[in-house]
Write a protein that binds this ligand. Structure first.
Ligand SMILES: Nc1ncnc2c1ncn2[C@@H]1O[C@H](COP(=O)(O)OP(=O)(O)OP(=O)(O)O)[C@@H](O)[C@H]1O
Ligand SMILES: [Mg+2]
Length: 223
């Protein structure tokens, strides 16, 4: 039996909208096993980024629980969450979230585990993602796709068990987009990781093992 690396149970999340609370996620449950690549689709504004942020411990749900490798981390302290995120979760943000004052190679070494500082791992990722030429570039001087690939390299740098990618292919052309999804798949299969990718691109869904759709605040399995 495969190990469940990420489990969400009955997650509810509402945002304050003026004087009203607007429910975005309603009793969402999802589990992703080691070696599994899941996709989440749904219309703009349906709550995909919100769901991924909850899974990545960036956002606290109003109710429900989150388990990472079987451990309940729902009420972990801020400090514990930071540690878990750093060691176990690789997050690719929808807006890449690169630090404007760091060159590409420094974006990676900045988040690399202190004890490791393995330059060859940085070189390998830059090569695999085809951004070696951006090694010494600042985000402002790179294309949207190069920034996105840098963000993916950063998410992979500490070899996390869980990869959460929010539209990682959005600013890439079809071919590069597919290559990025293939790379996530390869990481998942080779190193037995669990990944969730939010995407609008139906052409890459064949690379994933399972597709979920957010519809009217709930999560529905598609295949
Ligand atoms: N911090 C916030 N405060 C209040 N409302 C928010 C906040 N963040 C998101 N929302 C609202 O919650 C809903 C879901 O947002 P979310 O970003 O999760 O959608 P999404 O499915 O990722 O959309 P997209 O495909 O456009 O990225 C949207 O209506 C959005 O306006
Ligand atoms: Mg989003």
């Amino acid at each position: 039996m495969s190990k469940v690396l990420l489990e969400l149970k009955d997650i509810c999340k509402a945002y304050q909208d003026g004087s009203e609370k607007r429910l975005i996620l309603e009793n969402i449950s999802l589990s992703v096993e080691a070696g599994e690549f899941a996709a989440v689709v749904g219309p703009s504004g349906s709550g995909k980024s919100t769901l991924l942020s909850v899974a990545g411990l960036l956002l606290t749900p109003d109710s429900g629980s989150i388990l990472i490798a079987g451990k309940d981390v729902t009420s972990a302290s801020k400090r514990e969450r930071t540690g878990i995120r750093r060691r176990q979760i690789g997050f690719v943000f929808q807006n890449h979230n690169l630090l404007p004052f760091l060159k590409t190679e420094d974006q990676l070494s900045f988040v690399q585990d202190r004890g490791v500082k393995d330059k060859s791992k940085i070189d390998e990722l830059l090569r695999e993602l085809g951004i070696e030429s951006c090694r010494s570039s600042y985000p402002a001087k790179m294309s949207g796709g190069e920034r996105q690939r840098t963000a993916i390299a950063r998410a992979f740098i500490n070899d996390p068990d869980i990869i959460l990618a929010d539209e990682p292919t959005a600013s890439l052309d079809a071919e590069r987009g597919r290559a990025v999804a293939e790379m996530i798949k390869a990481e998942v299969k080779k190193r037995n990781k669990a990944a969730i990718m939010v995407t609008h691109d139906t052409r890459i869904l064949d690379l994933t093992d399972k597709v979920y759709r957010i519809e009217d605040r709930r999560l529905v399995a598609e295949q």
